[in-house]
Design a protein around this ligand. Structure first.
Ligand code: NDP
Ligand code: MG
Length: 390
């Protein structure tokens, strides 16, 4: 029996993880469920999955969670606050942690799970972008196995480990759907709304990553993620726009072989790989019918219309603190865009300006990365407040 802590249980990835877990009651059990502040949604999940522990990151919600669990007659223990969240990522009787909190807010709990040597099902890509070297080193030291959940990286994981291949990797290509604005011009993008940006053509996801997909920043974050997970430099990492979203990634080997992973765009496949590996578990996702799907197309990304992908590649190549600045400025910009405070084209502009204002230096410690993250957030916030990015 695998005991699973689902961090970000109330989100889109959390729902997919719990769906797969509930399909295998004799092999998988949700022992810890964690949310940010949505106590009602967390209580509904507790009633269904009966975990040992429930934790809400917002410390003010402790009483609401405790009283709600009591009213439901559940034995689940209530916890609240960031420290309780980190402690339950490391303890709480789980051997497996699904890291599915959105944004840099997920860093500490992801690190805690890695340090505790858990099997880490890593969806929270921002923690790798912000502190990838540290996180990978901590995981290696504690013997924590990381199974990437981001669909492209999960595809690469399957190509590397599923086909009996060891070494000889020459290049990796991540595919991108192109998002809701593929084929549009910059002039079109000046007027797009948050509602249009989150309406992803292929994947159903939380709002932040949906906007990242529309700007192509998501693919840029994924390049940095791939660099840390698979140890390849940027010149060996490619991006292919593939509008059908059926091929998730491709790995080229020195012998001329190329392995790809295909499947319908549904995150339950990646989560089932992480939860069952090295065995395959049913995920509820239908098999792919290639005849019914028709053509598979590939094209290069349009870096002029979607500069976020270029900015992320530059930050990856610069290394040091640049990816942390990129990530922080992007989180501020996406949240301002979703609130209607800035336009869509201001997202890359604000990220670019913040990167220019905080030049990269070597990332020597976690404390330094946290400090850079905070400074980049302050810089981006005050640039928005100054009205320069309407
Ligand atoms: P959602 O917005 O759907 O869910 C976010 C989750 O994080 C919620 O459970 C939320 O809790 C929780 N949360 C938010 N802030 C905090 C906080 N400060 N402390 C603790 N918990 C918090 O996001 P997604 O599920 O779409 O994405 C989660 C992660 O997975 C992201 O890093 C994303 O990039 C990555 N990912 C997602 C994919 C997808 O298909 N959705 C695909 C690949 C990667 P509450 O409900 O209480 O606010
Ligand atoms: Mg992805």
């Amino acid at each position: 029996m695998r005991h699973v802590a689902v961090l970000g249980a109330t989100g889109s990835i959390g729902a997919s993880a719990l769906d797969v877990i509930a399909r295998h009651p004799n092999r998988l059990r949700a022992s810890v469920l964690a949310a940010g502040s949505n106590v009602d949604a967390l209580l509904a999940l507790c009633a269904r999955h009966r975990p040992d522990h429930a934790v809400v990151a917002d410390a003010r919600s402790h009483a609401a969670l405790r009283d709600g669990l009591q009213a439901l007659g559940l034995a689940t223990k209530a916890h609240a606050g960031a420290e309780a969240l980190d402690a339950l990522a490391a303890e709480g009787g789980s051997d497996t942690v699904v890291a599915a909190i959105v944004g840099a807010a997920g860093l500490d709990s992801t690190l805690a799970a890695a340090r505790a040597g858990k099997r880490l099902l890593l969806a929270n890509k921002e923690s790798l972008v912000l502190a990838g070297e540290l996180l990978m080193a901590e995981a290696a030291q504690a013997g924590a196995d990381i199974v990437p959940i981001d669909s492209e990286h999960n595809a690469i994981f399957q190509c590397l480990h599923g086909g009996g291949a060891h070494g000889g990797v020459q290049r990796i290509a991540l595919t991108a759907s192109g998002g809701p604005f593929r084929g549009r011009t910059r002039a079109d993008l000046a007027r797009v709304t948050p509602e249009q940006a989150v309406a992803h053509p292929k994947w159903s996801m939380g709002p932040k990553i949906s906007v990242d997909s529309a700007t192509l920043m998501n693919k840029g974050l994924e390049l940095i993620e791939a660099h840390h997970l698979f140890g390849l430099t940027g010149d060996r990492l490619d991006v292919l726009v593939h509008p059908q979203s059926l091929v998730h990634a491709l790995v080229s080997f020195v012998d001329g072989s190329m392995l790809a992973q295909l499947g319908l765009p549904d995150m339950r496949t990646a989560l089932a790989v992480g939860l069952g590996w090295p065995q395959r578990l049913a995920s509820g996702v239908d098999a792919l019918d290639l005849l019914a799907q028709g053509r598979l197309e590939f094209e290069p990304p349009d870096l002029d219309t979607f500069p976020c992908l270029r900015l992320a590649r530059e930050a990856m190549d610069a290394g040091g603190t640049a990816p942390a600045v990129l990530n922080a400025a992007n989180e501020v910009a996406v949240s301002a865009f979703l609130q209607g405070r800035i336009g869509f084209l201001s997202v890359p502009a604000l990220v670019e300006q913040t990167l220019a204002a905080l030049p990269s230096c070597p990332a020597e410690s976690l404390a330094m990365l946290r400090d850079v993250d905070a400074r980049a957030r302050r810089h981006a916030e005050s640039a928005i407040a100054s009205g320069a990015f309407a």
